[in-house]
Design a protein around this ligand. Structure first.
Ligand code: NAD
Length: 243
């Protein structure tokens, strides 16, 4: 028996990286999975390799896109049980050098995208009346101040805050809302940083960078009944760096 038997899960940014790992693990645990992204070719390929997964184009900054995707899921499957707001972009500049369009784009994807996702999913979950679990991907940059990351950190702190408000509002209806705060995780996003991996690993108490499966297992815990009394919390998955 799978931990997510009979559940329907929507995962944004699911074409690759952590989202793809979450899709694979959730499907293995019995869920019907919808992977959403803007990387259509990669998304179709990833979903094609996972039994019980489909791919849908969704730019998380689009209000209309969210309405269409959640309506389609409810029409097709009759329910939506789990949303993983995983899509995100990494941007890095010191405060005095942050270009305004970088700020706006980062807020649109990482912050507005999570707001629109929580709102659309919560509406669908409340209407179905089965409760649910919303999992928001923040970062260790949503817990401390990381040098040179004004835009990114602002959005990840916002995700942490919105999570706690939503948990209070949706708890009475059985919808739980939590955030995950990854440290260094080996994905294409980390490639963009271009830092020395060995140096990164040495700075982590557990002496390794994280893998997408480390985050997927945390998301599975938050999606499943194993965490049924946990809401409004932040789970830090960073090998002990920010303990
Ligand atoms: P990734 O770049 O491999 O994956 C991010 C995915 O989001 C990509 O598939 C991308 O196409 C998608 N995406 C970007 N903009 C989108 C949009 N407007 N609409 C829909 N999808 C969009 O990186 P990842 O590491 O798998 O990142 C997943 C999440 O984890 C992100 O929110 C990121 O900020 C967070 N995170 C990552 C790390 C790390 O070290 N990799 C650390 C902390 C937090």
């Amino acid at each position: 028996m799978g931990q997510l038997d009979g559940k329907v899960a929507l995962i944004t940014g699911g074409a690759r990286g952590q989202g793809a790992a979450e899709g694979e693990l959730f499907a293995a645990e019995g869920a019907t999975v919808v992977l959403a992204d803007v990387l259509d070719e990669q998304g179709e390929k990833t979903a094609g390799g996972i039994p019980s997964a489909d791919y849908r184009h969704l730019d998380v900054t689009s209000e209309q896109g969210w309405d269409e995707v959640t309506a389609e899921i409810v029409a097709r499957h009759g329910r939506l049980d789990v949303l993983v707001n995983n899509a995100g972009i990494l941007t890095a500049h010191k405060l005095v050098n942050v270009p305004f369009d970088e700020w706006s784009r980062t807020v649109a994807v990482n912050q507005t995208g999570v707001f629109l996702g929580m709102r659309a999913a919560a509406r669908a979950m409340l209407e179905a009346g089965n409760g649910g679990s919303i999992i928001n991907t923040s970062s260790v940059a949503g817990l401390v101040g990381i040098f040179g990351s004004t835009s990114y950190s602002a959005t990840k702190w916002a995700v942490r805050g919105m999570t706690k408000v939503a948990a209070k509002e949706l708890g009475p209806k059985g919808v739980r809302v939590n955030s995950i705060h990854p440290g260094y995780i080996e994905t294409d996003m980390l490639d963009d940083v271009g830092d020395d991996r060995e140096k990164m690993a040495r700075s982590v108490p557990l002496r390794r960078t994280g893998q997408p499966i480390d985050i997927a297992q945390t998301a599975l815990f938050l999606a499943s009944e194993a965490s049924s009394y946990i809401t409004g919390q932040e789970l830090v998955v960073d090998g002990g760096t920010y303990g």
